[in-house]
Design a binder for this molecule. Structure first.
Ligand code: IVH
Length: 702
């Protein structure tokens, strides 16, 4: 039993089976459940930010009903069983975006911005004196949405979702005045208009006052209110919310060519959309910074919340050349405003053990409102950070939050008692499994050495495995994973597919029942084929996030090939190492983490065990109809008309692999002036060699 669980057990009776509850205990439980369910209703419907999985929420409701059935006289006047409301699981149809809805990279400081501008120029091989215009726009803190117009008529509207697939909220969007039902003027055959749904601060405050008067839920901030309103199952509720829309980009487009962002913004206005009147054209980094200062000074007086500004390369042809890195465009960046701050008391320094075993100190705070959101915890990053700030339990601290980022402690507020408080002592042992926690020399992070033997890591790994962006198994949230793990039924990912052996026993457990077991098993069976990128991401290898999972899946194509290559990397095979490193975005640190994973016997066993049950689906190849599709290309020497990065990205988007060194597997070497040993290698292996001009022709750029 974890410390957390022990503490809870002393206060409530949530672990006592319904049949075993005394009357007094049942009364206490009904009170606890009523409060918890209200809290989760609010989080889900009002804040649009559920705190627990739908299945776990259902379990709370079921337990409440079961207790009421046994003790009908204890049914509370405010019982959750009496409320009729929208069901917890929203029933929107899914919409696959024709063009993915990506996110933006962030710049926080002037240097980040200058680096962005320099990077763009480098990538395009633009001399310093060649003009390069940017569109600078406020970054609205709302909800991004995609609106499809076919022959000028609004036909489908979708939320961003995970960027690939969103929810069909067409009916709700039709109630928003600023979303035209028909485009004005000459409409293109098809256009997907994208932009931000938001609420002005004044409308938000007015609406909240009305909600409060009527005894309805109030919202934490305009963003949450807007997001909640768009995701209503009942469009008549959306219609009552004061929602607005700014258009700022497009996805799919079939119509006369549009050359620049400035032209697009103009056209969007002509078609009848509101576009942000603060949008400006800027010629260089200094102009962008001036825009940032200008909007920053105006921020408080703008009628809506913004969290920064967005800079975009104005010309679309250059945007196309710049392309994307993983999930964000190379041609745009968000320049964020400094975060909002507040003071509160640091009650305790706790430690969290992450799924990779990292011990992260966490500040437990006296809850405080920071920019509309209650904050009770903040990260302290690592023990060096605590030492640097000399944060001690009992201190008053300044905390800040920025957007979705976890709140942080900025500094300790000096007071007389500070010196008398004991200094923070690093944890020598893992608080979960008691294994030694070590901090390798030169590293900042302390780690538990318990691995899969550490409950924190196993549960976290399995939860990660089942999460929405990985295997996406509904019903395997943290609580259920914890329960199934404590029963000894879940130790590693493959065990998920063995759960059916325990179906009967599981159905008898409190809070389950045959229906929910059936549902869970069906959700599991549906995952015997998952896309390879999700499979890779689900393994929980350090630093291998969704984007990296995708890059690996695209490059290696099948599980077998990827597995063999990674084992080779772990064994020190140089060619395999070089191939991995040659993938866009893959650096030495990531290679080291992947190698460490594959060097561990139990990790490979767990992977193979999982592969017994699952056949991953290869990703769709980027292109197969290009002259270089499927070929391995090596670039060497100096390229004059485009940078190496651009050449590499272009080749990859045309379905080619780009390698760092020439071998007999290489199909083509593109050699510029100054090519050295690689050219010699090419001749040795009889590989075709072309110059830059020939490459540009091949790439369709000349
Ligand atoms: S352009 C390829 N322009 O910021 C990315 N986004 O962090 C296209 N946002 O998901 C987005 N104002 O919800 C763009 N003027 C603006 C924006 C803006 C707000 C949001 C949008 C996006 C997020 C990215």
């Amino acid at each position: 039993m974890t410390a957390r669980k022990k503490k809870a057990a002393a206060k409530d009776f949530s672990t006592v089976a319904v049949e075993d509850l005394s009357m007094a205990q049942a009364e206490a439980e009904l009170e606890r459940l009523a409060k918890a369910i209200v809290k989760h209703d609010l989080a889900y419907h009002a804040k649009d930010a559920p705190l627990i999985a739908d299945a776990d929420y259902d379990a709370l409701k079921r337990r409440n009903d079961a207790i009421e059935k046994r003790f009908p006289l204890l049914t509370r006047t405010d019982s959750p069983s009496k409320k009729v409301g929208a069901p917890a699981a929203a029933g929107f149809a899914k919409v696959r975006h024709a063009v993915p809805m990506l996110s933006l990279d962030n710049a926080f400081a002037e240097d980040d911005l200058r680096e962005f501008v320099a990077r763009v120029r480098r990538f395009l091989s633009l001399p310093d004196d060649a003009p390069l215009a940017y569109s600078a726009e406020p970054k609205i803190d709302g909800l991004s949405i995609s609106l499809l117009y076919e022959n000028g008529v609004f036909t489908k509207g979708a939320t961003r979702g995970d960027g690939e697939e969103g929810e069909d909220v067409t009916a709700n969007l039709r109630t928003i005045k600023e979303i035209p039902a028909k485009l004005q003027g000459k409409a293109p055959a098809a256009i997907e208009v994208r932009g931000e749904i938001y609420m002005t601060r004044a409308d938000f405050l007015r609406m909240n006052q009305e909600q409060e008067k009527a005894g309805d839920k109030v919202f934490a901030n305009p963003r949450n209110a807007a997001a909640g309103a768009v995701r209503q199952l009942d469009p008549t509720i959306t219609a009552k919310r004061p929602l607005r829309f700014f258009a700022y980009t497009i996805g799919r487009y079939e119509g006369p060519a549009i050359e620049t962002q400035a032209e697009l913004i103009r056209r969007l206005g002509e078609w009848g959309f509101a576009t942000n009147p603060e949008t400006r054209s800027c010629a260089d980094a200094d102009a962008l910074l001036a825009f940032y200062e200008h909007i920053g000074a105006k921020r408080a007086s703008l009628p809506y919340d913004i969290d920064g500004v967005v800079y975009k390369v104005d010309r679309f042809d250059l945007q196309r050349r710049l392309g994307f890195v993983a999930r964000s465009p190379r041609w745009a960046i968000a320049h964020k405003f400094p975060a909002e701050r507040a003071q509160t008391k640091l009650l305790k320094i706790d430690v969290q053990v992450g799924r990779t075993g990292a011990l992260t100190p966490v500040a437990i705070l006296e809850p405080v409102n920071v920019g509309g959101v209650m904050v009770a915890r903040a990260t302290l990053h690592n023990e060096d950070e605590i030492a640097r700030k000399d944060a001690r339990e009992g201190d008053t601290v300044v905390i800040q939050r920025a957007g979705d980022v976890i709140p942080q402690i900025v500094e300790v507020v000096a007071d007389k008692a500070h010196d008398k408080r004991p200094r923070f002592q690093p944890f020598e042992f893992c608080p979960i499994c008691g294994s030694k926690a070590v901090r390798p020399e030169g590293e900042v992070v302390r780690r538990c050495t318990g691995g899969l033997a550490c409950d924190a890591q196993v549960v976290e790994r399995l939860r990660h495995f089942a999460m929405r962006t990985a295997f996406d198994i509904e019903g395997l949230g943290e609580k259920n994973v914890e329960e199934l793990h404590s029963l000894g039924w879940l130790k590693r990912p493959g065990d998920v597919f063995r759960l059916k052996d325990h179906a009967a026993a599981l159905a008898k457990r409190d809070g389950w029942g045959e229906k929910s077991v059936e549902k869970l098993l069906a959700a599991i069976e549906a995952r015997r084929n998952v896309p390879l990128d999700r499979f890779i991401f689900a393994l929980g290898i350090r630093q291998v996030g969704e984007a990296t999972g995708r890059l690996l899946a695209q490059h290696y194509e099948t599980l077998e090939k990827w597995r063999a290559a990674m084992i080779a990397v772990a064994k020190g095979d140089e060619a395999a190492h070089a191939e991995l490193l040659a993938i866009d975005q893959v650096g030495e640190a990531l290679v080291a983490d992947i190698a460490a994973f594959f060097a561990e016997k139990h990790n490979l066993e767990a992977l193979d065990d999982l592969a017994e049950f699952v056949t991953p689906i290869p990703l769709e190849k980027p292109r197969t109809d290009s002259p270089v599709a499927g070929k391995t290309i090596v670039f060497t020497g100096t390229l004059v008309k485009m940078s190496r990065d651009e050449a590499k990205a272009r080749a990859q988007s045309m379905g080619a692999k780009v390698a760092g060194s020439v071998s007999k597997k290489t199909d083509l070497v593109v050699a510029g002036p100054g090519a050295g040993s690689k050219l010699a290698d090419a001749q040795k292996h009889g590989v075709e060699v072309i110059d830059e001009d020939a490459w540009l022709k091949l790439a369709g750029l000349a």
